[in-house]
Design a protein around this ligand. Structure first.
Ligand SMILES: Cc1cc2nc3c(=O)[nH]c(=O)nc-3n(C[C@H](O)[C@H](O)[C@H](O)COP(=O)(O)OP(=O)(O)OC[C@H]3O[C@@H](n4cnc5c(N)ncnc54)[C@H](O)[C@@H]3O)c2cc1C
Length: 485
């Protein structure tokens, strides 16, 4: 496959979903010739039904649209950075309260028309079964990557680094866990109080029985037909294990073996363990609690656990087919495969979860490969931004337990001490100042992010460039070599 088109640098993008469409658009807007492949409509993944690009396979919601929520901030950053996906989403929005939901048909049609109209994009509606030899190439084939290409990628990375389903257990914010009830310990650490890598929720026989009862009665998200074979020993949902016998969990993921509650000096009947998810200790994962319970049920049932009655969820549990790589091991900070220079991953396959997160990675990879092709310096988004926080997670997450993640404020560097506290009342002694309430803290995190985004935007978006007004009729014509870089 050649690497130039009409003398212009050529980049190959495989997959015209949320990530691939955004990457192709950002490259094309920067004067790079793009060869974009998608196997639809000839061949579709089990979740896709339309021939259009950027198809929303399930919900038509792109989630919260306010800065109080990290995904709202991510969308605002994408708006300011000239994202195609968010521009078209805004243009095809339908009433949805504080969320951004879209008319999914008009949304995908809008993206497809923009891509088809772009003079720098050549579309190939064909299935790609091998990693293209041409470089650079961006693979954005999604969670349901066509099996042949998926296994080729598995061979290239080593099977153990490419996953075909995700069994996600809920993740909680540390400051919503009551440390007066949970205790810190690792199994068999001889109960040295306060040490140990895990937070442990001690359950009495009765508390355990109530928890199991609730799991058995709870409502779950139905499996998609193509996920039928998903439940196998390696990833049984916790409610499925409970169905196997009332004590199954107490002898399985909730076994109390090697754990003594220092407050009682006794071994609980069962223990729910929480493992640190990020280096700063802001996020804690409920070990072994992968689940298909509906979100509302997860809130109700996991908050039944002692010490978690005020639990705030950074991520909910889920189990679904999902092709993704172990990003901390396989990807560098530009989402390039460490062992295959010139091959980039974007979207869900790179280890994020969600429509918006996938498109955001498409943006970052498109800009990064364009700058490389134009011989410009590389720019990574500041860590305080939602884009930067996502990249940081892909780089710094615990590789041993890597799981795809939605964007959430737990991934952001914490606010400075003072900024995270309520202002001292005039004349009040320099006493302990209360932590900011969550809503105000998130507002401050968002303001800090948008502030630091400005400089990044000036570097990656030419001030003269403004997304074409009036929607998807394509960008302004692009003078060669100038414009956004
Ligand atoms: C069943 C299911 C439901 C989901 N529901 C939601 C939800 O409600 N909300 C949410 O935020 N996220 C949801 N997700 C997660 C995720 O956000 C979406 O899957 C999102 O579409 C991922 O974007 P992407 O660009 O990575 O991949 P996709 O949007 O899936 O795009 C990949 C594209 O690559 C093409 N392709 C694949 N293999 C090949 C090949 N070998 N050759 C050529 N083309 C190929 C496909 O045709 C497709 O167009 C869901 C995922 C699944 C699997």
């Amino acid at each position: 496959m050649e690497s130039s088109l009409n003398g212009a640098e050529l980049v190959t993008v495989v997959g015209a979903g949320l990530a691939g469409s955004e990457a192709a658009w950002q490259l094309a807007e920067r004067g790079i010739a793009v060869r974009l492949f998608d196997m639809k409509p000839e061949r579709r993944s089990p979740a896709h039904s339309s021939g259009d690009f950027a198809e929303l396979v399930c919900s038509n919601s792109l989630r919260a649209n306010t800065l109080g929520n990290a995904v709202g901030l991510l969308k605002e950053e994408m708006r300011r950075l000239g994202s195609l996906v968010i521009r078209v989403a805004d243009e095809t929005a339908v009433p949805a309260g504080k969320a951004l939901a879209v008319d999914r048909v008009r949304f995908s049609r809008g993206i497809t028309e923009a891509i088809e109209a772009h003079p720098n994009i050549e579309i190939h509606r064909e299935r790609v079964v091998r990693i293209p030899e041409a470089r650079p190439v961006i693979l954005a084939t999604g969670p349901l990557t066509d099996p042949e290409l998926a296994s080729e990628l598995g061979n290239a990375l080593g099977e153990e680094y490419l996953y075909f389903y995700d069994a996600i257990s809920p993740t909680l914010y540390a400051d919503s866990i009551d440390e007066d009830i949970v205790f810190r310990a690792s199994r068999y650490d001889d109960g040295v109080e306060g040490e140990g890598d895990y937070l442990n929720v001690p359950l009495s026989r009765e508390e355990y029985a109530n928890f199991v009862e609730a799991l058995l009665d709870a409502e779950t998200v139905p499996l998609h037909e193509f996920e039928a074979a998903l439940y196998f020993e390696g990833c049984l949902p916790i409610e499925e294990m409970a169905r196997r016998g009332r004590e199954t969990l107490a002898f399985g993921p909730l076994k109390p073996v090697g754990l003594v509650n220092p407050r009682t000096g006794k071994r609980p009947h069962a223990v729910v363990q929480l493992r640190q998810e990020d280096r700063s200790g802001t996020l804690w994962n409920l070990v072994g609690c992968q689940t298909k319970l509906r979100v509302g049920e997860q809130k109700r049932i996991f908050r039944m656990l002692p010490g978690l009655d005020g639990a705030v969820f950074a991520r909910f549990g889920s189990i679904h087919r999902n092709t993704y790589v172990n990003a901390p091991v396989q990807l560098d900070e530009r989402l390039q495969l460490r062992n295959r220079p010139g091959v980039y991953l974007a979207g869900q396959i790179a280890g994020v979860e969600g429509y918006v997160e996938s498109a955001a990675l498409g943006y970052l990879t498109g800009v990064s490969v364009a700058r490389e092709s134009l011989g410009l310096s590389q720019e990574v988004p500041p860590p305080e931004t939602a884009h930067g926080a996502l990249l940081r997670h892909l780089q710094n997450a615990n590789a041993k337990y890597f799981q795809p993640m939605n964007v959430n404020y737990g991934l952001f560097p914490p606010l400075e001490h003072d900024a995270a506290r309520v202002p001292a009342k005039p004349g009040s002694p320099r006493g302990r100042r209360q932590k900011l309430p969550k809503r105000e803290k998130n507002q401050k995190l968002a303001e800090r992010a948008l502030e630091s985004l400005t400089a990044y935007r000036e570097r990656v978006c030419d001030p003269g460039f403004a997304p074409a007004a009036g929607g998807v009729s394509g960008p302004p014509p692009f003078p060669s070599g100038e414009g956004v870089a």
